[in-house]
Design a protein around this ligand. Structure first.
Ligand code: ATP
Ligand code: MG
Length: 538
């Protein structure tokens, strides 16, 4: 697990430390409360890190609580994937998995309690009217006729709601607070609504479901959460959180604290928008390496440690900002640079033939697996008279022509010079000569390129990525679907060193001069490995 920590002076750590000073015997309990309506993304990792790390550090506990109060969009498959992702990140979850749906009966009883205290009523108006009557920032809310109903009438109507006697949208339960409040959330918020969808946990038992604001604080209280940490958009909801816990008179009154969301440039994180991208076929699925879901990042080649380090480095504050992609990339680079094997791969192959070597010539060259880390030992590659090199090492894109008759150095090997190009069946063959005395020697001003001997090569596919969006912050744009980079994925056919194909011992490779790559376990077949470029080398 990562050794980096959040900055110790962050405001949440200070709050926790003060709490421990005052409440020496109390155990710190935090929670991570995802809604199982999609897969987790990079932003969630920040929340997971904060909650699980605090619990770990302070000998406390962090609960994974599925906030499953909306059966319309929730699925069991999301529950499994969320558990899997958290475990992959390295956090322990076994006994500490909870579901809001387990508390439905208790939450229902608290709703009855509010009705009996004249603090909740059933509203039979339609949702458009309710919204209009609640007003907005400039206009205060308006009370309606249902607000005056008696306790008995409300109890009767709420029971009718529970027994499925109303259609969806025909009735809802509202907390009776203050229609004139400057805080719109406090203008008689809806706390229960009707939904006839099948629920993945409670099946068909319920047809009324508590709203997030009502269920969340109650679940926190039931689980004896000491610090309910959430993102800044819940700042206003805090008033309601406190109001509910006060009015239902519970012993445990957890406190809510807010921190800013993690945002990263050129991408979107919101689950709702990711679903749209999939529906519109802009990406293939939730694990598309172009999107910053945990499954997408994992498939692209990010490690758990690099993602956690990135979140920790981003810090815990109340200031909204947007992080650079390069800082995410540098976390991975730092981790893998000394750790993984380097190899040569040719992404845009052209064939060269060395004419001053016999056809069956073969020289074995021992080279380090990673020149930055001698402990990794050596490996061998072979040098023969037919090699693959990358087209763009000798092709000038602007002038649209090959630059030949110049000396170039083959990495770990000899200098060569291409002297002739011949077209054969629409393919160029490059003829060159090698310089015998240049083995392993470095010459100033001679470009060093990567290469693979044809005899030591195996076909492979390379999946090269660019950011999915042309906008720096597509999350802010309503038209985010119109700003998609159509060239965000390029697939190329080329060559890898054949031992990578035969051994298949590692997933991560640094291909010299091309970047860090990771074997794509979905697209690879028995015959051909597919490599996702995780990051480029600049
Ligand atoms: P989304 O907008 O992607 O649907 P959400 O907040 O609705 O996100 P939840 O499943 O409700 O998704 O989130 C679980 C927890 O993760 C919440 O406590 C939420 O505050 C936190 N979270 C969500 N997005 C981020 C983010 N970008 N940065 C930090 N924490 C986040
Ligand atoms: Mg949410």
């Amino acid at each position: 697990m990562s050794k980096i920590d959040f900055n110790k002076n962050n405001f949440i750590y200070k709050i926790i430390n003060n709490y421990i000073l005052k409440n020496k015997k109390k155990k710190i309990i935090t929670r991570f409360p995802p809604e199982p309506n999609g897969h987790l993304h990079l932003g969630h990792i920040k929340s997971i890190c904060i909650n699980f790390e605090i619990a770990k550090k302070k000998n406390g506990q962090c609960n994974l609580r599925f906030d499953d109060t909306n059966p319309t969009n929730e699925k069991k498959i999301f529950i499994f994937s969320i558990i899997n992702d958290i475990k992959w990140l390295g956090y322990k979850i076994k006994k500490n998995i909870f579901f809001t749906s387990k508390y439905f009966k208790k939450i229902y009883k608290y709703a009855i309690k509010l009705i009996k205290k004249k603090l909740a009523y059933v509203d039979l108006s339609n949702i458009k009217i309710i919204k209009k009557e609640r007003g907005n920032f400039y206009k205060i809310g308006k009370k309606n006729i249902y607000r005056k109903n008696s306790i008995q009438k409300n109890l009767k109507l709420f029971k009718k709601m529970k027994n499925g006697k109303f259609k969806e949208g025909e009735a809802c339960l509202r907390a009776k607070i203050n229609m004139k409040s400057s805080c719109i959330i406090m203008r008689d918020p809806i706390i229960y609504r009707i939904k006839f969808d099948y629920h993945h946990q409670t099946k068909k038992k319920w047809c009324i479901y508590p709203m997030y604001d009502f269920s969340h604080c109650i679940s926190d209280s039931i689980e004896k959460i000491t610090h309910s940490l959430c993102t800044l958009e819940f700042l206003e909801n805090k008033k309601l959180y406190k109001w509910i816990l006060k009015k239902i008179k519970v012993k445990n009154k957890p406190k809510q604290y807010e921190f800013s969301k993690l945002n990263i440039e050129n991408t979107i994180l919101s689950k709702r928008k990711i679903k749209k991208l999939i529906k519109k076929k802009k990406i293939q699925d939730w694990n598309d390496p172009r999107i910053h879901t945990i499954s997408g990042l994992r498939r692209k080649g990010y490690t758990a440690k690099s993602l956690i380090n990135f979140c920790k480095k981003s810090g815990i504050t109340k200031k909204e900002n947007i992080l650079q992609l390069s800082s995410l990339e540098s976390c991975l680079k730092k981790e893998l640079n000394y750790k993984i094997e380097r190899s040569m791969a040719i992404i845009n192959p052209i064939k060269i033939i060395i004419t001053n070597l016999p056809k069956n010539y073969k020289k074995i060259l021992f080279i380090p697996k990673n020149p930055k880390n001698n402990n990794m030992g050596n490996k061998y590659i072979i040098f023969t008279n037919t090699l693959y090199i990358d087209k763009y090492d000798i092709y000038n894109k602007k002038k649209k022509k090959y630059i030949i008759k110049k000396k170039i150095k083959l990495r770990y090997s000899y200098n060569i010079k291409i002297y002739k190009i011949k077209k054969k069946k629409n393919k160029n063959i490059f003829f060159c000569k090698y310089y015998k005395k240049t083995l392993g020697k470095i010459f100033k001003k001679i470009k060093i390129i990567h290469w693979i001997s044809e005899k030591n090569s195996h076909l492979a596919k390379f999946r090269l990525y660019k950011p999915l969006f042309n906008l720096k912050n597509p999350e802010l744009s309503k038209k985010f679907l119109n700003n998609i980079n159509k060239k965000s994925l390029k697939i190329k056919k080329g060559y890898i060193e054949s031992n990578i194909y035969t051994l298949k011992t590692n997933f991560h490779y640094q291909f010299e001069r091309e970047g860090y790559f990771y074997i794509d376990y979905i697209k690879s077949t028995k015959k051909i490995l597919n490599f996702n470029r995780t990051i480029k080398i600049k």
